[in-house]
Design a protein around this ligand. Structure first.
Ligand code: GLC
Length: 743
């Protein structure tokens, strides 16, 4: 009886605490939240605390009935703190009401989802957005995704993915920002700012989640979920900075990665989740596992049972268990057996409650359940215009022999051929969440809309995959009848993304045979690539006069590609990832080390292959334009500085062609002699500028301690005296140099 009375008083107190504040427009600031959180935690039972550490996927069937019967009871009893894959105002309201009307303490549920590159309006896949090098556009893409996702009841996205990768065999390169640490860091910041906006107290801001921590992109042999093993120097120099940039930009959650790192699975790694993330970086949000990672510690072979894997994770600093249910099963017993101190659980609960408070959910658990917003803030014209702008900017012109592009819109007959030419589903790529592919614009749609009076002939020619050539003759026939051929080739959306690694990066199936047959007709051919990773398209590069890399551009794909094909937009994208000549070269990236025997053609005993050059098919930062740009010599305002000074480097770029166009001016640094071997060059800055025909612009870069610091031989991060080469240019292989010394 006494216990029940205590519980009743406790509930009354909670009700007073959480209702004592009328529905606030903006939630309390962090300093006021602390006492409110402490008072709630002091009233919670151990089971209720563990409930806050438990995240489950929604699992209602079409009728709205729970598939897992005990799920409804879990929610009612406060044994679930967050749900993912549930969105829509009605559905999230239903789940929230179930929780608030039944649970004792009425702690609001948190709703999360993979809003990776748009929610309903699907933007280009993240690797494509990275090719735009346009940080404002990338931030806006995330902002629009947040507006749409929150309009459908979501509070939290499992993005940005900040995994650097130099291995295009790995299917998840499609979700990231490519191979470079500096570009990846700037993009991570932009995405967090876009998602979280000015204040999480606004009802259209989404909590970001930095993933997958850490170094998931270095999976052995590019095989997903595989082992990661590297030096601490490489970890800190190459892989960690983008995660840190996202944390520094204010991201409030971090997701553990599936992989083990140097023998310790990330989900059991105190080094990652506590030493680095909290003690070095000062992260104050909460850590969630990737899917069933706590259970997967059993497969990794570092835990023998549920108790041991749960204990490893909570001691490592993992706060929330996604989907494995191990915390729900084991933590209470671990506390009872004194294997886990309840204080550890209290700390995790407080981190999670803080995020819910910052979102304003305690003041109004339904503040994201607005039918008006859901009716008016989804796939608006403004959002679609922004998506098409982002898509155009993400396109990379890889080849344009004799200026075949842009095609003349007055051409009488155009053949549109290829397995991806009229695909809507592939346009929105992988991780397209709530995107409705039936609303996307195929390339064929886009060309027909652009050229209503032109005769457009279409056939598939072949499938993306498979050996069937039955439609080849038809394809050749329509090519012969045309003035020009647009040939859409590449991968299906499912050939990249999670669990989608490939050992061969050629065009799948018989697509190259189709290309050879169409090329043999002698008609002008433009290849439009649609893919989620770099491909080894040597034959296309050698034979086809024009090649556009269009990735998977999202809802407005066909319109954006048509804009570029017919000159309404001059392509400005630059590759965020090296394209290898073949898989044997992987890992190949622009910032490798020089070695003691750098390649010399006349010297056998130097670092090379017998069968392929060391050069990639296309280098990092590469992309052409319909116009041309000239670069002046690089000027430095100083050729000798001390460590607290900076060098101003400048270059004048001139548009020497006949089209207005944007150029991504790239700054690389090379440290000639240091206490450790250094990359032959590293991206340290970039600026995207627009120039009219004939126009010139001086671009300046300031090079200071940040750009010059690295992990020295003793692993201390800082600068060393030495000679530096400044390289500025249009891609990582075409630059102009100047030199200075650091005293
Ligand atoms: C997946 C992915 C992760 C995603 C999570 C939730 O396995 O690895 O990126 O956010 O599960 O869907």
């Amino acid at each position: 009886m006494k216990t029940r009375l205590l519980f009743f008083i406790a509930s009354l107190m909670i009700l007073i605490i959480s209702c004592q504040t009328e529905k606030k427009k903006t939630p309390d600031k962090e300093d006021k939240i602390g006492p409110r959180i402490d008072s709630i935690v002091s009233l919670m039972t151990l089971e209720e605390k563990i409930g806050q550490l438990t995240l489950y996927t929604s699992d209602m069937d079409q009728t709205g009935a729970f598939i897992r019967k005990e799920y409804e009871e879990d929610i009612k009893q406060g044994r679930v703190g967050a749900i993912f894959n549930a969105y829509g105002v009605a559905y999230t309201r239903k789940l929230q009401e179930l929780n608030l009307q039944n649970s004792r303490l009425k702690i609001p549920l948190l709703f999360g989802y993979d809003v990776i590159h748009g929610h309903r309006t699907i933007f280009p896949v993240p690797l494509a957005e990275a090719a735009s090098w346009d940080l404002d556009a990338i931030e806006k893409s995330a902002r629009i995704a947040a507006i749409e996702a929150t309009a459908e009841g979501l509070h939290w996205t499992f993005a940005p993915m900040c995994d650097i990768s130099v291995d295009p065999r790995w299917g998840r390169v499609v979700e990231g920002a490519g191979e470079d640490t500096y570009l990846g860091s700037r993009i991570a910041e932009a995405r967090v700012k876009g998602f979280q906006g000015q204040s999480l107290g606004d009802d259209n801001t989404l909590v970001a989640c930095v993933k997958h921590f850490a170094a998931y992109g270095a999976s052995q042999a590019g095989r997903d979920y595989h082992t990661v093993d590297m030096s601490e120097r490489k970890l800190r120099e190459v892989y960690l900075p983008p995660y840190k940039a996202a944390v520094d930009a204010g991201a409030l959650t971090v997701m553990t990665s599936f992989n083990d790192l140097n023998g310790v699975p990330a989900t059991a790694s105190k080094f990652l989740m506590t030493d680095i993330l909290r003690e070095e970086w000062g992260f104050e949000g909460f850590v969630v596992t990737d899917y069933t990672s706590i259970m997967e510690l059993l497969h990794h072979g570092v835990a023998a049972d549920t108790l041991e894997s749960s204990s490893l994770s909570i001691h490592a600093g993992v706060d929330m268990d996604m989907q494995s249910g191990f915390y729900q099963t084991a933590l209470a017993r671990l506390v009872e057996n004194k294997k886990v101190d309840e204080q550890l659980i209290n700390t995790a609960v407080k981190r999670i409650l803080k995020v819910k408070f910052l979102l304003g959910l305690f003041d109004d658990p339904f503040r994201y359940c607005s039918p008006e917003r859901e009716a008016n803030e989804i796939m608006t014209t403004e959002f679609l215009v922004s998506a098409q702008d982002m898509a155009r900017k993400s396109i990379v012109l890889l080849k344009n022999e004799n200026q075949l592009l842009p095609l003349d819109p007055k051409l009488k007959t155009i053949a549109v051929i290829g397995p991806l030419a009229d695909s809507k589903r592939d346009m929105i790529g992988s991780w397209s969440a709530a995107g409705d592919w039936s609303k996307s614009v195929s390339l064929l749609d886009g060309i027909k809309t652009k050229l209503p009076y032109t005769t457009i002939l279409y056939t598939k020619g072949c499938d993306v995959d498979g050996e069937n050539k039955d439609d080849f003759m038809n394809a050749i026939e329509i090519a012969r009848k045309s003035d020009a051929v647009v040939l859409a080739l590449g991968e299906a959306f499912w050939m990249s993304g999670e669990a989608a690694s490939r050992t061969m990066l050629d065009l799948p199936g018989v697509q190259q045979k189709l290309a050879e047959a169409i090329f043999a007709t002698g008609k002008p051919v433009v290849a439009v690539l649609m893919n989620g990773r770099p491909l080894t398209i040597n034959w296309l590069d050698e034979n086809v006069p024009a090649i556009l890399e269009t990735w998977f551009l999202g809802t407005t794909a066909g319109d954006a590609i048509a804009d570029v094909l017919f000159g309404d937009y001059n392509p400005s994208g630059k590759l965020p990832m090296t394209f290898p000549k073949n898989v044997g070269q992987i890992p190949i990236h622009y910032n490798m080390r020089n070695t003691g025997r750098p390649f010399k053609a006349q010297d056998k005993y130097t670092s090379k292959y017998l069968d392929v050059s060391n050069e990639p098919l296309y280098p990092f930062g590469y992309g052409l334009s319909y116009t041309s740009f000239s670069y002046s010599e690089v000027e430095l305002n100083n050729t000798s500085i001390s460590e607290n000074e900076s060098v101003e480097a400048s270059v004048v770029i001139t548009n020497t062609g006949k089209y207005a166009g944007e150029e991504v001016v790239q700054l690389y640094l090379s440290d000639k002699v240091a206490s450790v071997t250094r990359p032959v060059k590293e991206l340290k800055g970039f600026k995207k500028i627009m120039l009219q025909p004939g126009e010139s612009q001086k671009v300046m870069f300031s090079i200071g301690k940040d750009a010059l610091s690295f992990y020295k031989e003793d692993m201390i991060y800082g600068v060393e005296a030495g000679n530096l080469e400044v390289m500025i240019g249009t891609n990582s292989a075409q630059t102009k140099s100047a030199f200075f010394s650091l005293k």
